[in-house]
Design a protein around this ligand. Structure first.
Ligand code: AGP
Length: 614
């Protein structure tokens, strides 16, 4: 997720100041690097966020229009070279982009062959050169060429997701926007117009906005805006007057970042999978592992190291990899592994899972693995983070920045990435094409299934309110959903501050069941899988002691509804992917439970988003 902001207005307005101040409200979308282009003054780019950019803006940097950007890196390290805006060869066509261009490699090869030289590793730069190529292909004199037509022709060749703003030095008043999968909103001012990733930077200037839809292109000038589709047909769309505050605009209209990020779950799974499944061959393509493919063939043991939620993703990955890639796996929390005298050699892979890529316990555990000759891999969301840099190879999540302390969308992405890793390693070790194709097919079906669960959030809110006076919760699950029990519990306790513990359902009889009475509810993850009957028996044990039970169950399972007090249903999927669906109602339950208690959901007490201390 990156932040885009563009402005064109009447003479006399300080476009540079408007752009820089607007970027401040977009910093939640990305802060790896920042940049600005104004036709009258050129471009300035830097690692870091707006404060860094301001320091590098020359005194005479001025103009009445421009485009600006905050980057959350997906391709290419967070350096000035890879910062947006990016330009064509001639430095006349400039672009800022939010999204992932899937076919950028083939476009880059074609354009390089046509003589274009590239300055960055970014997928975005391809866009500027493609427009340049289309513009020159129009022939005739440079002044007679049509920039809008060139942009449209270029966008029709791009596959992937984008929200862009495009500017041409020769036409400084005009800025082109386009949307495919990443949000773009136009601001309609008096003698000035805006383009942004969300309304927050526009609101100080105007509340009249137009949201673009996928496949739409817009052209703004100080006095006008036009919208059309990729086939050049015109679009008529009424402006809306929004009454959001800037902060509400950052949250996409949701009350908290946590709910926004839960609702982003389907898109995050799509982005984690994007360009990485070769379904027809039942293969996973993980570019970040290409350099170590041979070493991975020799790996005969995997140790996952992570903390908190990330460690529970590792526990799901353990079952996936052992069952479908036949590799022995163990999961260790970072703060323990680093003190173990683990027996490690060059055939051991130590896999660090971390959203921030900065968790010190996980980092030190990876360093311990490296010291003993292990191959180290990272499954990391933050590009260029310490764990990403220090591991031998890895897989980026592409989940976008996760602002809320409670990790939700990153957890879905971590498990999705582990499923991709399972296909990748499994197909090296005898997993059949048929098996790989089935997992790939089910992975691609997940986003829509998550959307179906999210549609139930009203009912889940009611359920959370019903139980919001309880002070204790037990979460139970088995096999793939053993980890989901722990994840459901940590979600509840870290934002509601009540006692909630995860427990292997089979372990209840060895102690925890002593706690159960009518005041001690249990969340039972009991979807239809190979241990379903066992879960039903555990639920009977709890009911026999008057314990209230809420079940996570498979759609259509009427039997369980007769047995428990409340049910949250999820669609059927294959067992190894069930945690990715089953955790979603638990995330929503925890969110609404904490909201009902009036707590600071996004910033819970005593916690930090990234724990960089021991
Ligand atoms: C999860 O909701 C918590 N915020 C916490 O457990 C977190 O997952 C853990 O600190 C690991 O963080 P990381 O993924 O950034 O390494």
């Amino acid at each position: 997720m990156c932040g885009i902001f563009a402005y064109t207005g009447k003479k006399g307005k300080d476009a540079g100041g408007i752009l820089l101040n607007g970027l401040l409200s977009l910093e939640y979308r990305g802060y790896d690097s920042a940049g600005i282009y104004m036709p009258e003054s050129g471009s300035v780019k830097t690692p870091g966020a707006v404060a860094e950019l301001r320091k590098k803006i020359p005194k005479d940097f001025k103009g009445k229009s421009g485009i600006a950007h905050l980057r959350w890196a997906t391709h290419g390290e967070p350096t000035a070279k890879n910062a947006h805006p990016h330009s064509d060869c001639g430095g006349e066509i400039w672009v800022v982009h939010n999204g992932i261009i899937e076919n950028f490699k083939e476009l880059k090869e074609k354009l390089s062959k046509a003589g274009h030289t590239f300055k960055s590793d970014s997928d975005t730069e391809v866009l500027a050169h493609l427009v340049e190529e289309k513009l020159s292909a129009q022939g005739g004199s440079a002044s007679g060429r049509n920039f809008e037509k060139a942009a449209l022709a270029a966008l029709n060749e791009v596959r992937g997701t984008y929200g862009i703003a495009l500017q041409y030095k020769k036409e400084p008043d005009r800025i082109i926007a386009a949307r495919m999968g990443s949000p773009i909103v136009l601001g309609l001012g008096d003698g000035e117009h805006f383009i942004a990733s969300d309304p927050s930077p526009i609101l100080p200037h105007t509340r009249k906005v137009v949201f673009l839809e996928d496949g739409e292109v817009a052209v703004i000038t100080p006095e006008s805006h036009r919208i059309f589709r990729l086939d050049a047909t015109k679009v008529k769309r009424k402006a809306t007057e929004i009454d959001w505050s800037a902060e509400e605009a950052q949250k996409g209209g949701y009350e908290h970042f946590m709910l926004k990020e839960i609702m982003e779950g389907p898109e995050v799974v799509r982005n984690t999978l994007r360009g990485r499944l070769i379904e027809e061959k039942g293969l996973a393509k993980l570019g970040g592992l290409e350099g170590v493919t041979k070493q991975l063939e020799k790996v005969d043991r995997i140790i996952m190291v992570a903390c908190g939620t990330a460690s529970y993703a590792g526990m799901v990955g353990e079952y996936m990899l052992e069952e479908h890639a036949r590799i022995p796996v163990e999961v260790e929390i970072g703060s323990e592994f680093r003190y173990r005298k683990a027996v490690i050699n060059e055939r051991t892979a130590v896999v660090g899972i971390s959203q921030s890529g900065e968790t010190l316990d996980t980092l030190e555990a990876l360093r311990e693995g490296k010291r003993h000759g292990a191959l180290t891999l990272g499954i990391v969301n933050t590009v260029g983070s310490t764990i990403a840099r220090e591991t031998d190879a890895g897989v980026y999540n592409h989940a976008g920045p996760e602002i809320s302390v409670a990790s939700t969308k990153a957890f879905l992405s971590q498990m999705t990435a582990l499923a991709l890793l399972t296909i990748f390693l499994g197909r090296q070790r005898g997993m059949t094409q048929k098996e790989g194709k089935e997992i790939a097919r089910e992975l691609k079906a997940l986003p829509e299934k998550i959307e179906k669960i999210l549609e139930q959030r009203g009912a889940i809110e009611k359920l959370a309110k019903k139980y919001s006076k309880n002070r204790d919760f037990l979460y139970i699950g088995r096999k793939y959903n053993y980890a989901v029990a722990f994840e459901g519990a940590i979600k509840l306790k870290e934002i509601s501050y009540i006692h909630a513990e995860g427990c292997g359902a089979g372990e209840m009889k060895h102690g925890p069941i002593a706690m159960i009475d009518e005041h001690f509810p249990t969340m039972a993850i009991a979807t239809k899988d190979s241990v379903y009957e066992k879960m039903i028996s555990n639920i009977h044990e709890i009911k026999a002691r008057k314990g209230p039970v809420i079940a996570i169950a498979t759609e259509g399972d009427k039997e369980i509804a007769r047995l428990v007090d409340d049910v949250m249903y999820v669609p059927q999927t294959i067992e190894m992917l069930s945690p990715i669906l089953n955790v979603v109602p638990l995330q929503l339950f925890a969110y609404y439970f904490a909201k009902e208690k009036g707590l600071n959901v996004d910033r819970p007490r005593n916690l930090a988003k990234s724990v960089t201390v021991e």
